[in-house]
Design a protein around this ligand. Structure first.
Ligand SMILES: [Ca+2]
Ligand SMILES: [Ca+2]
Length: 241
């Protein structure tokens, strides 16, 4: 497929230059990492899809001009087989949000929308039909503006939850858990406002929130969120919620 000359591709093939560029983007604008990037066989045909994103430039802390890229590994090399253009993507997560047994691609994109005609982070959900990404839900927004999100299975249900880091008054944040309900996401729990949360990551079935005070773990226990400080120098473990 035609390559528009995108400078960097995440997360495979990430060069030092790209890593440094990501590290210098404003964390409030661009999620911290692609470290939880994974490849999955999205359509169950035995071939893994590698999903990543590109950008051409950074404006105001936001990667601009990029595509969501789906690649297949052919003769040991990743070859793009689909590009979803015009989205300004900044994060890719993969999970079965609707619980149908197939994983969806959820992209954080920096876009205007018809009903909200300003640039903002928006969650776009796609499925893969073997040849192309199919839009499932191109969300104009969650319940608040958000700066980061992860997918993580927080309970024993079959749906993977979306956890968003959302803007609260006076620079604080909410961490809000959403679950797919027929068409789109409903909030099922929230903690906050919390100050100092910079980013979210999902690791070994739990969501971690990094703050200036330490690392917190987020768990959903009987639809109730537990937000627990798990590492702070010398203080061990202390629950804050
Ligand atoms: Ca496949
Ligand atoms: Ca699914």
């Amino acid at each position: 497929m035609a390559n528009r000359g995108s400078r960097s591709t995440f997360p495979f093939g990430v060069g030092l230059k790209a890593v440094l560029l990501v590290a210098t983007l404003a964390p409030a604008a661009v999620a911290a990492s692609c470290s939880n990037y994974r490849a999955f066989d999205l359509d169950g045909d035995g071939t893994a899809e590698y999903v990543s994103f590109t950008y051409n430039r950074v404006a105001g802390g936001h990667p601009m001009g990029g595509d969501i890229v789906v690649s297949h590994k052919i003769n040991g090399r990743l070859k793009p087989v689909w590009r979803q253009r015009g989205l300004n993507p900044w994060k890719i997560e993969i999970g079965d949000v609707d619980g149908d047994g197939r994983k969806e691609v959820v992209a954080g994109v920096w876009k205007k929308s018809r009903y909200d005609p300003v640039f903002a982070n928006r969650p776009f959900v796609y499925s893969w039909n073997g040849k192309r990404l199919i839009p499932r839900w191109l969300g104009s927004r969650l319940s608040r503006r958000f700066t980061d999100f992860v997918l993580c299975q927080l309970d024993r249900g079959n749906k993977t939850e979306l956890i968003a880091l959302e803007e609260a008054p006076r620079g604080a944040k909410y961490v809000t858990v959403y679950r797919w309900r027929a068409f789109g996401f409903d909030g099922v729990g929230r903690v906050g406002p919390i100050t100092g949360v910079r980013s979210l990551q999902s690791k070994n079935g739990q969501v971690l929130a990094e703050t200036g005070q330490g690392l917190y773990s987020l768990k959903l226990v009987k639809e109730k969120l537990k937000f627990t400080l798990i590492s702070e120098a010398g203080n061990g473990r202390a629950s804050v919620r």
